[in-house]
Write a protein that binds this ligand. Structure first.
Ligand code: ZN
Ligand code: ZN
Length: 329
């Protein structure tokens, strides 16, 4: 009994150490591409070996299987490590982070969390790997390479990441806005909005039609059209996933805990949190550029002005009624 308890503790700490190491890797914005490319190169080799071993003819290369395995592994690592850290934050509710909390004492019901977890596990285990396997040839057709010798220089990587964000934000804004059309909303997008107050895992709780047209297509369009290297595609997919989890975390973490708070105009977490809690405008992803152009951020801007003394948004960007510093209650 005691042994199993100790083993339980050891396993727990082993898992937590892995989670912490993975998070550190992903939480280093200036070093991110370099570190990630080494990491994804390692994952690529591992996935290729595994794909060969799984093949009935091990001598035959299995690039599609390696692509599906490598992508799945990295996305799982990002999803579960980020959400494990958030889970600890939700559980312990540290005083240090209270100023950045977007809602005091608001948490989704347990039944909704269970339903979301079941949905996520099924999607990750049953849908995603075969979909990746089947779409590998499409990425190859657009010029994707997996060869370590063809990894582009850092300047190209940054450029492709930035271009991917712009393409993603445009497609996501318009498809997301379309999902809010009354004729479509109740059939498809309503599921995602069951979370009035979000937590990290809520990012993937949506109807399959929404997942494909608004999430998968928007995220992959940039790297696909540019024929980005497999590692750059992996980097972008994981960056987007992290951004999306951050936007649903229920916290407005300051930079560098959240690299998405680096520019005031990014506004990812508070803007998307308002989208869930008020269901009024704010259809954007990384940036609120399209919301600003189309005027779909008007209610949000008025809300922020009205709540200068209490909204966590002001504790990150400064300028709130309480001297712009962190709220302490
Ligand atoms: Zn929505
Ligand atoms: Zn959402």
């Amino acid at each position: 009994m005691l042994g199993s308890t100790v083993w339980g503790c050891r396993t727990t700490w082993l898992v937590l150490s892995f989670v912490a190491a993975t998070c550190l890797l992903f939480q280093s914005p200036p070093l991110l591409p370099g570190l990630f490319l080494s990491y994804s190169s390692f994952v690529g080799d591992l996935a290729a070996s595994l794909a060969g071993a799984l093949s009935p003819y091990a001598a035959l290369s299995q690039p599609a299987l390696a692509f599906a395995l490598g992508t799945t592994f990295l996305l799982e690592a990002t999803f579960w490590s980020c959400n494990a850290v958030l889970g600890l934050i939700y559980y312990f509710d540290p005083a240090l982070l209270k100023p950045y909390k977007l809602h005091e004492d608001k948490f989704p019901p347990a039944a909704l969390i269970r339903s979301c977890l079941a949905d996520v596990v099924i999607g990750h285990a049953v849908v995603r790997p075969p979909l990746l396997y089947l779409t590998h040839s499409l990425f190859l057709r657009f010029g994707m390479s997996a060869s370590p010798s063809e990894i582009p220089p850092l300047a190209t990587i940054y450029l492709q990441l930035f271009a991917s964000i712009l393409v993603d934000d445009t497609l996501f804004y318009w498809s997301h806005r379309m999902l809010h059309h009354p004729a479509i909303y109740k059939h498809i997008h309503k599921q995602h909005h069951t979370f009035k107050y979000t937590i990290g895992i809520a990012t993937e709780y949506c109807h399959p039609v929404e997942d494909f047209f608004s999430n998968i297509l928007s995220t992959t369009a940039g790297p696909l059209l540019m024929g980005s290297h497999e590692s750059v595609l992996w980097l972008y997919l994981n960056l987007k996933l992290w951004q999306s989890i951050d936007a649903h975390s229920g916290y407005n973490f300051p930079f560098p805990v959240s690299p998405f708070s680096v520019l005031r105009s990014m506004d990812c977490a508070p803007a998307h949190d308002y989208h869930h809690s008020h269901n009024a405008g704010n259809f954007g992803g990384f940036f609120i550029f399209w919301d600003w152009v189309c005027g779909t951020d008007v209610k949000y801007s008025a809300h922020l002005e009205k709540n200068r003394d209490k909204d966590a948004y002001w504790n990150v960007v400064g300028g709130g009624a309480g001297e712009g510093g962190a709220k302490t209650t």
